[in-house]
Write a protein that binds this ligand. Structure first.
Ligand code: SF4
Ligand code: SF4
Length: 447
């Protein structure tokens, strides 16, 4: 099966119970942002600048757990910012699991290995030794780290332990060169891969999330899926990157180029995602078959942003994860006060100009699961997708040169801090060569 049976059943039960009760609008996934601070400054991320990024500005643990109870979505995606920086992340995960939620920790991986080391130390016993031996043999921990684990850790904190109810959801936008350019820091891809390998060795569930931008080479994304599935990654999300307000403003403010050179339009999204339905059969892509068809431009869907609400320090963010028109005190108040018909695009009618190029998960993925815009055959496709055999992905990824950036040598590209500036420079240099005005190599290619 594509997803563990217990998880699929829990989500199906939530939908059926709400439908039987006649509830018209209800949530499927809560996007919980306990903080907006991050240890990276990725190109195109407006989140860390839309809100204050001070570590003092965090949601209290009680507020986080209360929000999950209040909206009662079966899945909670802890995002941000970087959630592993949140001082009570272990307590939060523990509390959500106690509430019987399915938990995703969306991370850039920088602190993921430390969290797993903490779990090993807090639960150390002689039975841990084979795990330590395997991690040492794979070069995923050092002898010093193994010794620290053996000392144990008695701080009376819960740990983030492997369970079928929790996924590490690691942000990986491409192979090494591309990913490190986008996150604007060398070595991040290498750390992601080490953390993923360690997590799989310790029997955690791991998903990854890649955002596709205008410059993204879709063959590289296919190679990335080959490579990650060969590491045993359990599921993938691929999202279209579009120029939502905060990201656009950030890019202009930081002088990182023009948003139209980086983000996707609706038409370009459909072009980039034209093979995504076939990929859904080959790789364990998360989502629904209808959403994949929507991305590929094969059908239209209404935006149902109320089904994937965002809660952060300012309140319930409306209308969606990407756009902010207001914050509300409660999920119910947001549901009632927002005029949801003002948003989205349907049958070519753009209801809000800011929605024009949006085809993102948080707006459109839940639509058909909620029984909206269904077509004959959708139910069968969904059952087959979720309960059929799990796509195998790629077992042997020897054709993929995953480490094609800084670890392959001090390449020009990975010495450049900005993905946007790099891409623009390459394009300008190529144009100059074509016009007989210069050469594409050397430092003159950089603006
Ligand atoms: S995209 Fe994620 S990892 Fe990157 S800066 Fe934004 S919050 Fe941090
Ligand atoms: S289409 Fe929906 S999810 Fe997308 S920006 Fe508009 S309101 Fe938000």
């Amino acid at each position: 099966m594509r997803f563990p049976l217990a998880l699929s059943l829990r989500i199906a039960r939530h939908i059926i119970v709400n439908k039987l009760k006649g509830v018209r609008k209800f949530p499927l996934v809560l996007q919980l942002e306990p903080l907006h601070t991050c240890n990276l400054t990725c190109t195109g991320c407006g989140r860390i600048r839309e809100y204050s990024t001070s570590l003092k500005d965090v949601m209290s643990l009680e507020d986080c757990l209360r929000s999950a109870v209040e909206c009662d979505a079966p899945m909670v995606s802890i995002c941000g910012g970087e959630p592993t920086i949140y001082p009570f992340i272990e307590e939060l995960v523990h509390g959500l699991l106690q509430q019987r939620r399915i938990v995703y920790i969306c991370t850039n991986s920088a602190r993921m290995r430390q969290k797993m080391l903490d779990w090993l130390a807090r639960t150390y016993s002689p039975a841990t030794e084979p795990k330590l031996a395997a991690l040492l043999a794979a070069g995923l921990i050092t002898e010093k780290e193994a010794s620290e684990i053996r000392k144990g850790k008695n701080d009376h904190k819960p740990s983030i332990a492997p369970t079928q109810w929790m996924y590490w959801n690691v942000h990986v936008d491409g192979l090494e060169r591309t990913h490190d350019l986008i996150v604007e820091r060398k070595g991040v891809f290498k750390e992601c891969i080490a953390a993923i390998k360690m997590a799989k060795l310790l029997a955690y569930q791991v998903a990854t999330n890649a955002t596709v931008f205008k410059e993204t080479d879709m063959q590289e994304i296919e190679h990335l899926l080959d490579y990650l599935s060969s590491l045993g990654v359990d599921g993938f999300t691929i999202s279209p990157g579009y120029d939502y307000d905060a990201a656009k403003l950030d890019m202009v403010k930081r002088g990182k180029g023009k948003p139209e050179d980086f983000f996707l339009t609706r038409k370009l999204t459909q072009e980039k995602f034209k093979n995504v339905v076939a990929w859904g059969k080959k790789y364990p892509l998360f989502g629904t078959p209808a959403y994949l068809e929507f991305l590929a431009g094969q059908r239209d869907l209404h935006c149902t942003a109320w089904a994937i609400p965002t809660r952060n320090i300012a309140g319930w963010k409306a209308p969606c994860y990407l756009m902010t028109d207001a914050h509300y005190r409660t999920y119910r108040e947001m549901l009632e006060k927002v005029d949801w018909d003002k948003y989205g695009v349907f049958n070519g009618v753009v209801r809000d100009p800011r929605c024009e190029n949006c085809m993102t998960h948080c707006g459109y993925e839940p639509t058909v699961s909620l029984g909206i815009d269904t077509q004959p055959g959708d139910l069968w496709k969904m059952l087959k997708y979720n309960f059929g055999p799990r796509p195998k992905g790629c077992r042997d990824a020897s054709h993929v040169h995953a480490f094609n950036g800084v670890s392959a040598g001090p390449g020009r590209a990975t010495n450049e801090p900005s993905a946007i500036r790099q891409k623009l420079a390459e394009r300008e240099a190529a144009a100059a060569v074509a016009a007989g005005q210069g050469n594409a190599g050397g430092c003159g290619a950089h603006p």
